[in-house]
Design a protein around this ligand. Structure first.
Ligand SMILES: [Zn+2]
Length: 140
């Protein structure tokens, strides 16, 4: 038995040879799956158990996968989505914190965000985009 345990680590190393292993995405899938499985104990949320289970299996399959290139592409996609989400959250937080002094507009031609100091009593203002120099009218 002792021998079995001492060789387990060695065997595990051999088993994981050439496999992708863990990354941030599999850890994220694992944690989300675990949380879903815990939440599935609440009434009306039983279906989350299956979903959580699927995420755990997905996480495991990714870890054991031999297609390293494909897993790296998935990881990149995960990071770009995660970045977009955190950026959105940061923006909404800023809009909320600035709500008394500034307004945020989206440029209709280049979609850049423009931060404008709140004009006094005027109903409409002209906004010029600093990026593409296009002017547009906005209600305040
Ligand atoms: Zn623009």
């Amino acid at each position: 038995m002792k021998h079995w345990f001492s060789t387990l680590g060695y065997k595990l190393n051999g088993f994981m040879q050439g496999r992708y292993g863990q990354d941030e995405l599999s850890r994220f899938l694992f944690m989300t799956g675990l949380i879903m499985m815990i939440l599935s104990r609440f009434p009306y949320l039983h279906l989350l158990y299956i979903l959580g289970y699927a995420l755990l299996v997905w996480s495991l399959i990714r870890t054991l996968s031999r297609n390293i290139y494909k897993r790296q592409m998935e990881r990149n996609r995960y990071f770009s989505i995660k970045n977009k989400v955190t950026q959105k959250f940061r923006l909404y937080k800023k809009i909320w914190l600035d709500r008394k002094t500034h307004r945020y507009y989206k440029c209709p031609s280049c979609r850049a965000r423009i931060r404008i100091k709140k004009p006094g009593k005027r109903k409409k203002i002209m906004v010029t985009c600093p990026k593409c120099r296009q002017s547009f009218e906005k209600r305040t």
